[in-house]
Ligand binder design. Structure first.
Ligand SMILES: Cc1ncc(COP(=O)(O)O)c(C=O)c1O
Length: 389
């Protein structure tokens, strides 16, 4: 049967994530994977989970197994409000920050509307924007077009940014850059969606004010438990102006009625007992070592002409290779020899920058990091090196 006639006009705009396709095709336990944004499994509080679950069920009885409030259970909303110093009324719990991006886009965007974003862009955000048929335009491109009166583009709906430890670039915006972004948003009178799943994973340098702190009246700040607790929980939050959250709240009722209730109780208990912060100290320490190890391996093995970012936090490094290297074509060779990464061009709306790649340092088995980087370096420089075991 031909099902095509049944699909909505949105369906052709659904994009498959090349990163998730990599995971579908590859058994991660068998390769040296620099590909996904997976946290290291040994940062998960596995040993604490039985006691945590028992405590939650003893304290709250059947509530963790019942439907909960659309905003999120009050216990978790209060914990988030206290942690980030905002009123509870400015908190909405989400079923992951991917849902946060999606629900913001659904509430704010009509087909054909412009969303401004930095290039390269987080793939999951590109997928959401595209699914609502938004037009993604680079901030710089928009501003230069807007300066030429002959080709004035439409008015954007919001600016999407990842100010801390960007996925994929690893970059962190300076305070001046954030202030400039806020100035532009105010001048254009657009909202800002500040996607911030990595903010608490800082390994060096000093925290910079969030965009929300600089412009609370026009910012929807998205947080996530995925990188600081466990992505399997699928929990995140949005902090923003009450009027905007009210629309998001109503939209969320269409999506899932309420976020997963048991997971919310576990998260609330994990934070309020102090266990999250204790676990974070260990996680940050482990990730700092991994970042430093990857940087030193790149210094050791990569040929001249290759550069990379030195992120102050987060999970990714961004490599720029000599212009003749095509990381899309190189990928199959790398995978056949046991190494996975993500080609940088996947994060560009126009598929450009084929000489870039994103490397994740949190997930890879530490023993495989050195042979993995050595193999990538050999492929870049066209020399021979043994496959990864
Ligand atoms: C920038 C960014 N935003 C959102 C997400 C989605 O996170 P979550 O697991 O909370 O859906 C990710 C995941 O990697 C990400 O890198």
């Amino acid at each position: 049967m031909d099902y095509n006639k049944f699909y909505s006009a949105d369906v052709p705009s659904f994009l498959k994530s090349p990163v998730r396709e990599i995971f579908r095709a590859v058994d991660l336990s068998n390769v040296c994977s620099f590909a996904g944004g997976y946290p290291a499994a040994d940062t998960f509080p596995v040993a604490e989970m039985p006691a945590l679950t028992a405590r939650v069920l003893e304290k709250y009885g059947t509530r963790p197994l019942q439907y909960g409030a659309t905003q999120g259970i009050p216990e978790l909303c209060e914990v988030i409000a206290r942690r980030y110093n905002v009123p509870v009324s400015q908190v909405q719990i989400t079923t992951s920050s991917q849902q946060g991006i999606d629900v913001c886009t659904r509430v704010l965007v009509d087909p054909g509307d412009i969303v401004l974003a930095n290039n390269p862009v987080y793939l999951g955000a590109l997928q959401s924007f595209s699914s609502y048929r938004a037009k993604v335009v680079g901030i710089e491109d928009y501003l230069s077009q807007a300066a030429a009166p002959s080709c004035r583009p439409g008015k954007p709906k919001f600016i999407y940014v990842i100010p801390d430890f960007n996925n994929p670039s690893g970059r962190t915006m300076t305070l001046q850059e954030r202030e400039e972004l806020v100035r532009i948003a105010r001048e254009l009178d657009v909202l800002i969606v500040e996607d911030s799943p990595y903010r608490e994973l800082r390994y060096s340098g000093e925290p910079v004010k969030t965009i929300r702190e600089l412009a609370p009246e026009r910012t929807l700040h998205l947080g996530s438990f995925s990188k600081i607790f466990a992505p399997g929980f699928r929990l995140g939050w949005i902090i923003g102006p009450e009027a905007l959250l009210d629309k998001i709240y109503t939209c969320k009722q269409c999506l899932d009625l309420c976020p997963p209730v048991l997971n919310q109780f576990l998260a609330a208990e994990f934070i309020s007992s102090g266990a999250l912060d204790a676990n974070l100290v260990k996680t940050i320490d482990a990730y700092r070592q991994r970042r430093d190890k990857m940087v030193s391996l790149l210094e050791k093995y990569m040929p001249s002409g290759v550069t990379w970012t030195h992120p102050e936090g987060g999970l990714f490094l961004w490599l720029t290779l000599p212009p003749q290297v095509d990381t899309v074509r190189m990928y199959d060779k790398a995978l056949a020899r046991g190494v996975a990464y993500v080609a940088g061009s996947f994060f560009y709306t126009d598929g450009s920058h084929r000489n870039t790649m994103r490397l994740n340092f949190s997930f890879v088995d530490e023993a495989k990091m050195e042979p993995g980087i050595r193999l990538l370096a050999a492929l870049v420089s066209g020399s021979e090196v043994p496959d990864i075991e």
